[in-house]
Write a protein that binds this ligand. Structure first.
Ligand SMILES: Cc1cc2nc3c(=O)[nH]c(=O)nc-3n(C[C@H](O)[C@H](O)[C@H](O)COP(=O)(O)OP(=O)(O)OC[C@H]3O[C@@H](n4cnc5c(N)ncnc54)[C@H](O)[C@@H]3O)c2cc1C
Length: 485
């Protein structure tokens, strides 16, 4: 008889694990508290507009291909992809940098800003490509059980890159602050300041400039749709509107879940909900990590988000737009060192309808505005409005147009929603950061050290935050469960 696995949550990591476990012969059931699957990657549909609520950057297309490939499928069996050209635009106070879809175009843009900079850029991206190959082939697909996983011939040769920061490396070779900000941007996806992120993570720069920025037609939710379909094809049963209240432990082993006051038996429990929350579903003696442990960790930022429907097309923007027209350092300090609402926020705006009109009615634009903020901040309707005014003024000013009277509706999402909708620790948006001391075996483990047959997956564990790592996390944990069955 197949062994039963009960999975908490239906984010990328849970759906990935569900597919792998089902393929390995387990009987898999997923329990999700919300009414739709996808976790932080759900979708908002309103008045003919479609918004991805969370992730919008499709990077590392090879990881998605590898995921579907493990099931004898291709991404194109589930969704169609476009490579964005340009990939994105960065608005500075006195200039705009456009990142094209090839190294040649990007080098031309670097030369325009700083003569001679493209020579080192090509070298930097070649090194970043080596790091990418090492990370993907030798590091990230390992379960974080031992420090030895990080020790390979290639990592020994690059050991200094684990102790130097990406910020130091970039600043050594580039002097122009705009180019520095452009090259430091990709590691923000890892959740920490570039000055706290090891230089080895320059592989994110290869993901950016080398592999490019892609868009699944219809939005990022198409990936979730595809994974759900694949999971169901593999026999996974998915239960929405099922908030897990407790993880049942008998004689030191996880034996099921309590959902809606009913006990569900299982041979293994796997939680893809935020790790901190998952442990609160256990009696205190079964938890591995104290409140003090979580409080000391560097969390990725939370976010203030606005989903805005415009009744006209917006000028001078691309699909992805970064507004780096204020002090990057000050905003970073207000996220990590001295948590408070940012004095002069940097922000990001996504207009998927620039390349994909299926996401809004003809002639209209759907816009998603994101301000990264420290997790755990006070979140009120007044603060949200105050910040909407700030960024809308800056947006209009930098893009040279008036659009505030063309807003048909807007919805916001912030710290309180992250907590309420996902049981997110302090309302973090994308998990626990990847710093040197929060990498691989130093992250909260995939397998409980206290309760047998209890496992964890997702952006707070191995390998880290982001959609591609969440897909990998689901694969790693399934292999561990299979090994221990
Ligand atoms: C605003 C934002 C922008 C982002 N942008 C990008 C991007 O552009 N590119 C990128 O790669 N990544 C991005 N990310 C990160 C990416 O979305 C996440 O890393 C990924 O979606 C995390 O997946 P997960 O499976 O770990 O967790 P989640 O998606 O959080 O899934 C956990 C699930 O568990 C459920 N749950 C919680 N408690 C319970 C319970 N008691 N019972 C039942 N279910 C429960 C939750 O409802 C949720 O569905 C972004 C994230 C956010 C929030």
């Amino acid at each position: 008889m197949s062994k039963k696995v009960a999975i908490i949550g239906s984010g990328f990591s849970s759906l990935s694990a569900a597919c792998y476990l089902s393929k390995l012969g387990f009987e898999v059931s997923v329990y999700e508290k919300n009414e739709t699957v996808g976790g932080r990657a759900r979708q908002l549909i309103r008045d003919g507009f479609t918004f991805d609520i969370g992730p919008s950057w499709y990077w590392m297309p090879d990881i998605f291909e590898r995921f579907f490939g493990d099931f004898g499928k291709k991404t194109s069996d589930y969704y169609s992809l476009d490579k964005l050209s340009p990939a994105y635009k960065i608005f500075f106070e006195d200039d705009v940098i456009t990142i094209g879809d090839s190294m040649d175009k990007i080098c031309d843009e670097f030369e325009r800003i700083e003569k001679g900079s493209s020579k080192y850029l090509r070298k930097f991206i070649l090194q970043a490509q080596d790091n990418y190959n090492i990370a993907i082939n030798e590091i990230v697909y390992r379960p974080g059980l031992s420090p030895l996983e990080l020790v390979t011939k290639d990592t020994i040769l690059r050991v200094d890159q684990f102790f130097k920061s990406i910020s130091g490396q970039v600043r050594k070779h580039f002097k122009n602050p705009k180019l520095i900000a452009t090259l430091e941007f990709p590691v923000l996806f890892l959740g920490a300041k570039p000055s706290k992120t090891p230089a080895f993570y320059s592989f994110m720069n290869f993901a950016d400039f080398g592999l490019g920025t892609w868009h699944p037609k219809g939005g990022m939710y198409k990936i979730i749709d595809g994974m759900r379909k694949l999971a169901e094809e593999l026999g996974v049963s998915i239960h929405m509107g099922h908030a897990v209240e407790k993880i049942v432990v008998n004689d030191g082993s996880a034996r099921g879940l309590v959902v809606n006051n009913k006990t569900i038996q299982a041979d293994f429990v796997l939680s893809g909900a935020d790790y901190h929350h998952s442990e609160t579903l256990l009696d205190p003696e079964h938890r591995q990590y104290s409140e003090g442990y979580w409080d000391k960790k560097t969390f990725a930022p939370s976010s203030l988000l606005f989903y805005v429907g415009f009744d006209k097309k917006i000028k001078n923007v691309e699909h992805h737009n970064l507004f780096f027209d204020t002090d990057f350092e000050q905003h970073a300090e207000e996220i990590y060192d001295d948590p408070k609402w940012p004095t002069k926020p940097l922000f990001y705006v996504n207009f998927p309808t620039v390349t994909d009109q299926s996401m809004a009615p003809e002639g209209f634009e759907s816009g998603f505005f994101l301000v990264p903020i420290a997790p755990g901040l006070e979140d009120t309707a007044e603060l949200r409005e105050q910040y909407f005014d700030i960024i809308m003024k800056r947006f209009q000013n930098r893009t040279d147009q008036k659009v505030e009277n063309n807003i048909i509706f807007k919805e916001s999402f912030c710290v309180n929603d992250f907590k309420e909708q996902y049981n997110s620790y302090k309302g973090n948006a994308y998990g626990m950061a990847n710093t040197l001391f929060q990498t691989a075996f130093l992250r909260p483990g995939l397998k409980s050290k206290k309760v047998k047959d209890l496992y964890f997956t997702g952006q707070l564990t191995v390998p880290g935050p982001g959609v591609p790592p969440s897909l990998i996390s689901g694969k790693l944990v399934s292999e561990l469960i299979d090994k221990n069955k």
